[in-house]
Design a protein around this ligand. Sequence first.
Ligand code: HT7
Ligand code: ZN
Length: 874
Amino acid sequence: VTPVRLGDYRRPAWSVDAIELDVDLGIDATEVSSRLVLRSDTGQSAPLRLNGEGLELLALALDGQALDAHAFRYEGGVLEVDGVRDGSVLETRVRVQPAANTALEGLYLSGSREHGFLLTQCEAEGFRRITFFPDRPDVLARFTVTLRADRQRFPVLLAGGNPTGVGELPDGRHWARFVDPHPKPCYLFALVAGRLENITRDYVTADGRAVKIVIWSEANVIDRCHYALDAVERSMRWDEHTYGRNYDLDVFHVVATHDFNMGAMENKGLNIFNAKYLLADPDSSTDDEYRAVEAVVAHEYFHNWTGNRVTCRDWFQLSLKEGLTVFREQQFSADMNSVPLKRIEDVALLRRTQFPEDAGPLAHPVRPAEYREINNFYTATVYEKGSELVRMLAGRLGQEGFRRGMELYFQRNDGQAATIEDFLGALGDANAIDLKPYLAWYAQAGTPRLHAKSEYDAVAREYTLTLSQQTRPTPGQPEKVPVPIPVKLSLFDRDGRILPLRMDGEEKADGAERVVVLHKAAQRFVFKDVDAPPVPSLLRDFSAPVVLEYDYTPAELALLLTHDPDGFNRWEAGQQLALLAFDTLNDSVDSAACKAWCEALAALFEDRQLDDALLADLLTPPGEIELADRQSEVDPSRIHAQRQVLQQRLAAHMGADALLARYRDLSAHASQPLDAASQARRRLRRRVLELFALLNPERAHALAATQYETALGMTDRLAALGVLVRDRAPQAAAALAHFRDRYADNPLALDKWFTVQAQVPGEPALAIVATLERDPAFTLKNPNRARSLLGAFASTNPSGFHRTDGAGYQLLGERLVQLDALNPQIAARLATAFNGWQRLEPMRRVVARRALETLVQRQGLSPNLSEIIGNVLQ
Ligand code: HT7
Ligand code: ZN
């Protein structure tokens, strides 16, 4: 496959002013008629080239004349038509086969032939599987869509835009029409047809538009859509209030499906959701899942402006919409819940998913210079690192400045396909600041290492901080340039008091927190009036996506963990201290770092001043993936065992009695509601139970079994099940059998049953996974189910997957081949679990390479999977 290059971008020779689609729906065969009004953008008479993939061409006419065979060519996914002029009308009729579409891209069937419904997924290049069109995001057209179908089988007909009419047809059939007044690229087109129920809410926008919000799902789950409906309303209000953005159609439809490749899709006026991110009820959803539903609903809604009204010029600009929309969702979720907890969650996610990507063979810039398979480019780098880049820019401009910049961005680019330069240009121009230096962040892969060094001059009462940066080479980018790194910082005295800051050249102290920006390879920053060597708190709020290297002593980190007034920074100090403790763990005595970590946390645990949820996060050391990311010869079993020891030391310091007392206390207050305090108690209850289980497993398992039986909701139930299953407790089998039975008809809950077992650490995991594959409910055809078992095993259970005998790799390899034949996107995504194999210890490295080489030699793999395997092997 030849790569697409950013440098080769050319404006389209032809654009489409308007498209009229007429879709005659059937499960086995659907006929799509299209009428395109074409415009020549270059004025030259280049042949018209339209994308079309797997379409059975039934008819083709230009300006009312049927075309004969020598006036067009359809090969290699392109329809080339001669004789097209500015203003020409091209009519096509094609047939597609929804039920045979297992890739879930284009038009496909969700659920069974008898009861399922039809829907579309077009991003990134699925529209070409529905009809012929210039399938690129910089071709924006006005869409008029008419759907026709049998009324019994497809009573509900939906497409994006405003509904303009419905009617009857002969033979029990009916039609519905939708007109979208906003020109859009074809990746935002969607339709849905089938038997669906709905719940609705009337909403009036800040600028006075009456909007009907409608959530659609299959009848048996419609009761679980209310939380999402509330979340839509909250998202609409928030975007009006925070960015002055109003919704712009008369209806906003949202549809749930169990068959979806990703989380959700922001199709204009017709968002489509993986049910996992739309349905929520206390009996089957955890608190984390409720928050995920709120976050994804908001994310898709926010795309209406960042992605839809202002779209991307080409797919290289993907982070323009995704990074920015993730950032907006993060702001929203922080406002709706808790600022520090949200930041902790997001930074932990970045370190778990994006840092390993940036450190291995799959590393790529937020805006790469080339790509082969676009679907492989929806990565943690584009989304999560992209969001961190927007956060840096927002921090640089301040709240008011960023809002001003966003307003200019919308004003300049509304209705257009924009670039990252347009974004930085608008933010910069609105604030008279040149933000071009930040473009280097978009072009350069790899996580910069930020090195910091302290010097103190007692005579001059001066503290000097020297910052330097270095980014390691990544594939195809041996040389790196310095990037601007904003470092938010404070200084603390040795009693834990935060100090006022006066920098060199300033007359007087101004506040206790500053952002200094490292522009060059190295720079010095001088602080005046400092009476004694301070403890610097660096990179506060994680002000840049870098790895900080500073030689903290354990006592300094313990001081920050204890005294920093900001919850996130406190957590961060605790994480750094836990890493020191992990690195110095030994069999006999506690190292100074381990002691400092345990003592500081034990004191905070006793203190009872902290929010329960923050305390739970403080009591959680970095995960196994993060720990592995810092090592050059990774032994996942050893990392798992050592992390267990570390947690055991912590639990021992806190004391079994104190843990048990707190567990009892939290259990006595066990409650169901979703308010922050109840959620926080559940979070801490789970962590306390997990720690207690490291000291007194028998007792903890008895408590867990009771918690499982008496749980009022899924959060407590799954927490208890997790402890029993991961510890392979005697009570686990009964609880698992009960869960399997109770949730037999609830696929999302059943996914959790698969996942919790796939996460059993170490040796037993493989056999468990192999057994679960034979469960009648397991299927590779459903992405959520495949991910719940194979994804959980390969990507979230390092000590189970990375076996010295290579059996984990072999199993995944075999399943990838099977999955690839059904759904290449999902196969490619699961294959990224092999990332990082080069840094495994030698024995595992040999068997991992063997598994990958076997895979790469397989004939007939999809371009998606081949690209990932090929890149990972490099
Ligand atoms: N913008 C959406 C991306 C998406 C997608 C991409 C490729 C294949 C299938 C897909 N489904 C959704 C999701 C989002 O970021 O909002
Ligand atoms: Zn998105």
